[in-house]
Ligand binder design. Sequence first.
Ligand code: PLP
Length: 425
Amino acid sequence: MSGSLERRAAAALLNPWQSPAAASEGLPVIVRGEGSFVVDAAGRRLLDAVSGYWCSSLGHGRRDVIERMRVQLETLSYAPLESRAHAPAVELAERLLAMAPWGPSRVFFCSGGSEGIDWSVRAARAYWRTKGEPERLYILRRAGAYHGATLAASSLGGFPEFREADALTATVEVCAAGCCGCAQGAHAAACGEACAAAIEAAVSRLGPRRVAAFVAEPISTPGGIRVPPPGYWPAVQAVLDRHKILLILDEVVTGVGRTGRWFAAERLGIRPDLLVLAKGLSAGYAPLGAVLLSRRVGEGLASCWLPGFTFGGHPAACAAALAVLDAVDPLLERVDRLGARLEAEFRGLAAGSRALGPPQGLGLLWCLPFREGRASPAGIRGALESAGVLAYVMDGGILLAPPLTLSDEELAFLIGTLRAAVGAS
Ligand code: PLP
């Protein structure tokens, strides 16, 4: 493979999450996208069943998105959002606000999820300064979370190795839904109350007037897809409301249709103060992130002087997002139906396989967990890719998040390939 694109990639790039083995084997290189499929440098055509890690929710080569970006670039290729605005940012902000049933009042644009989380932490602390409570600095974060790669976002995540530098001080870990204090297991009704009680205890220990915000995904995605039990969010929201703690909701993965609603917050009845979108917002056509601010935070920060990002809300990225919203709107009901079909298929798959436990997920966001010691993740990954499916196979299971546009034939291909790869009967 000497001189191949794969070897050149391994030699020239320092990529995130790259395994040391890549240095000798070369890196897989994607050269083309065709709808739900990507083609790699070796010529393999693969169904992208994770949408490029939750980004390409409309697949590749969408003329509607590309055309809207082209027109925007020809009209205005760039304008900053520093103390001024441009039309696609205004239009997109108004559109996002109108879609959100909990009544947010303003939108801040950035270039991705980490920036959105990072900025939200700053905004939460700034909000409390405007309210005369500057000692509200603490951010409650959940065990096992992932909120991005900037210093502040990784300080809120579950990887201790990335928290070491701990650029962001004053964070406190609380449990994630389904992992603490719940004797009956992850999906038992009592779990939500146990988690809420643990959050309440952490708040009491710190002193309620020292806590600025709680940051969480509505449905957690690292290491598996954990849909919290129905009691979780109402119980947690009650604790936050009681102590006026702001909720930073990370919808980088779950937002813009992935769960069959515009927002998982809508689906689960959550009222966030700062809701972070990225990935699916521009469906991977351009880097974009957005933070939707609740009325109290939007009004509180209106008189604040806050920094922003040069490429935040780039005109072409906003144009892409406007086209994405047009395209996703008629798909939401279908995502619901496809999600129900996938659930039934995955349950059947798990029932016929020694390797798989019960599937976890919602909409088009799923994990097929491995039964301990019963599966070879590397073998399953290899079998899937040889048969033409790109999935995110981790030690704990197979993560799947196909494009929202997945056709019936593609769904059948995905299920058939999974069945063969996990050796299901
Ligand atoms: N939050 C979640 C839940 C994510 O999965 C990610 C990225 O995978 C991020 C935040 C960070 O987003 P970005 O990579 O766009 O900075």
